[in-house]
Design a protein around this ligand. Sequence first.
Ligand SMILES: [Cu+2]
Length: 287
Amino acid sequence: MLTGKRQLIRRAALAGAAFIPVLLFAGLAAAQVEGQPTPGGVGLPPTVTEVGRETQQFYNVVLLPIITFIALSVLGLLMYVAWRFNENANPVPSKLTHHTGLEIVWTLVPVLILVFIAIPSFRLLAHQVEIPAAKVTIKVTGNQWYWSYKYPEDQGGFGFDQVMKQDADLQPGDVRLLSVDNEAVVPVNEVVKLQVTASDVIHSFTIPAFTVRMDAVPGRLNETWFKAEKEGIYYGQCSKICGKDHAFMPIAIRVVSWEKYQEWLAEAKKKFAGAGPRQQFAAVSAR
Ligand SMILES: [Cu+2]
């Protein structure tokens, strides 16, 4: 038997040990870089939009504690049952098969948990789905296996393809498998509306740092939006398996000041004049 004091120390040590993963997790999570994956990074990627912050808060504050509680409760219950009601400990089993009170509780409690989750969930969903008045609208088309962008007339009226850089073309500062030939540029602190579609099969336009993910479906125009609050380069990847080069069609969006955005528009209009998105499958022959 442990003495009361030793038992107390042991319990405190156990409680402390339980917090080590939490501290480790927080330390690693803090080291993450916005817009791209970080070696050893743990947890949700840093976000630069209000919707992103609300989503992560919903996950960290509401969902994670609830699922942790449920998982630990079920584990505890299973362990208790295995210990208390095994054949050796309980040689004569009870014949009891129904318990009305218990059945009401195990039906009602999950329903109440779901209702509790639904309230903030619907509020968040409405924020994600209702697109505010947008200053910039861009059409994004998923192709096998690259993305095409169209800036409509009010933004210069041009289009271009975004193809992943091959290893041999990487410059210092580029990220392997994420850097592209033509980055899409958007202004900081402005609502950007995206119209998302596809030319061949279903793709999915995903940028973790904006908490944006929208399926690109042939023959259908989906819409989503973001308002990036920090300048920088933000990478994403196609998130719906779409064929052999699904892993090699990254997304790169550069967020700049309004003035720089205007400069880029003027340059891009000249650079991509008459270029138009390339013929479908043309990029494949280049690989
Ligand atoms: Cu794809």
